[in-house]
Design a protein around this ligand. Structure first.
Ligand code: SF4
Ligand code: SF4
Ligand code: SF4
Ligand code: FES
Length: 350
């Protein structure tokens, strides 16, 4: 039997499994900061420390495999003291002004400070090394809140495989950098925002969401991305009927939390004053508003007229990627089965 002792109780594990995963499977939660599910552990933050009988020092549970008969304590005084020190050091390493931070209520460092009863900074605060980067329309990078956990780097390189960022410089100057340490918008970054989604603190935040509502004030509504046929699963964060931001659903097919720039940041078209709300019929150089009945009758009559005169291949259709898949399916049925032409395409291909 593959068993070990977990807080004095017998627990099972699968060979090769980390202490963290085995503990979670046995219903014991160990806090983490840098660990990114389904990615190789980096062991960067040391918040997941546990006590292993016979080991000289505390071990990072995310990167230490369980062995048969191992005796593990996850909540001893020694473990608590070490985790508290790690959190104190991280809090002192930056400018953590929770009151006005966009991550307030959605920050693992804040949660841990609460959990370990940290009421004041034990160490003097490090000087800020880099100014906030907010020149692009989507993502704000506040380096003073970065705890250098490396989750964004893993997400960019291993999850979305854009390879736009890495950890650069050394010591107090350490920083997440793009190629040539350029701002995001001048780099290889494609603004997919995956790094923002995995950042456990307020170092990476959605620019358009700033000031629109705290995590606990927004309702999370699951939906399917309207942009293309992949069908990525999204959470709309909604406050007072207005979308404040969009995130990917971590545990759902087909995207497992990933979204592209359109799905994550392209939602504000629904609030555009230029959005068409009624059909328009061209008259001369301009357009006039019309009812749906009038517009549809006109389109049907003109299509029938053109097909009768010039044949089915004289018409073509481009279906809208923002409509639902069923509408696109019906559109191609209309062109292929009714009009008898294969002149049908879909704007997502552009
Ligand atoms: S990143 Fe977290 S701990 Fe730091 S200021 Fe923001 S909410 Fe507070
Ligand atoms: S937005 Fe996407 S491409 Fe850009 S750094 Fe973040 S994860 Fe990488
Ligand atoms: S930006 Fe966020 S995810 Fe990236 S290293 Fe800093 S704290 Fe971690
Ligand atoms: S979660 Fe294990 S070292 Fe960060």
């Amino acid at each position: 039997m593959n068993t070990f002792s977990l807080n004095g109780r017998e627990a099972t594990f699968t060979p090769g499994q980390s202490i963290l995963d085995a503990a979670r499977e046995n219903g014991v939660e160990i806090p983490t900061l840098c660990f990114l599910k389904q990615n190789a552990p980096t062991g960067a933050c040391r918040v997941c420390l546990v006590e292993v009988a016979g080991a000289r020092s505390l071990m990072a549970s995310c990167s230490t495999p369980v062995t048969r008969g191992m005796e593990v304590l996850t909540e001893s005084d020694r473990v608590h003291g070490a985790r508290k020190l790690v959190v104190e050091l991280l809090l002192s390493s930056g400018h953590h002004d929770c009151l006005v931070c966009e991550a307030n209520g959605n920050c693992r460092l804040q949660d841990l400070a609460y959990r370990y009863g940290i009421r004041e900074l034990k160490f003097s605060r490090s000087e800020e090394q880099y100014t906030v980067e907010d020149q692009n329309p989507f993502i704000v990078r506040d380096f003073s809140k970065c705890i250098l956990c490396g989750r964004c780097v893993q997400a960019c390189n291993e999850i979305v495989v854009n390879r736009a960022i890495s950890l650069g410089y050394r010591g107090a100057k350490s920083k997440v950098v793009t190629g040539g340490d350029m701002p995001y918008h001048e780099s290889e970054c494609v603004m997919c925002g995956q790094c923002v989604q995995v950042c456990p603190v307020g170092a990476l935040t959605e620019k358009k969401a700033a000031g629109l509502g705290r995590a606990w004030e927004t309702e999370k509504i699951r939906t399917t991305c309207p942009y293309c046929g992949v069908g990525c699963q999204q959470l709309l964060h909604v406050r007072n009927g207005r979308i404040t931001k969009v995130t990917g659903v971590e545990e759902a097919e087909p995207n497992h939390g990933r979204l592209c720039v359109k799905g994550r940041f392209g939602y504000d078209f629904i609030y555009s004053k230029e959005r068409l709300t009624t059909p328009l019929i061209r008259e001369g150089e301009g357009f006039r508003e019309a009812s749906w009945d009038e517009a549809l009758d006109l389109v049907a009559d003109r299509l029938k007229e053109i097909i009768a005169k010039h044949g089915p291949d004289s018409v073509a259709g481009v279906s809208c990627a923002r409509s639902i898949n069923e509408d696109s399916y019906q559109m191609q049925k209309l062109f292929r089965a009714v009009f008898k032409t294969n002149n049908i395409d879909h704007c997502a291909r552009t």
